[in-house]
Design a protein. Structure first.
Length: 57
């Protein structure tokens, strides 16, 4: 992507995952809801580990 700030990249990623999560919830696809929830949490943990435990917003 053309975004340079890691925080902005994470926001775009999480917004996309939340959009997919909402669509899956509306279509009542339980497996995909679980998959997207896991991806959402994993993205947050990955960012936390990349910043060495320093969440600077």
């Amino acid at each position: 992507m053309f975004i340079q700030e890691p925080v902005q990249k994470l926001i775009v990623l999480l917004t996309g995952i939340l959009g997919l999560l909402a669509l899956s919830a509306l279509k009542k696809q339980k497996i995909l809801v679980i998959v997207y929830l896991v991806l959402f949490v994993a993205a947050g943990i990955f960012y936390y580990l990349m910043t060495n435990g320093k969440l600077n917003f």
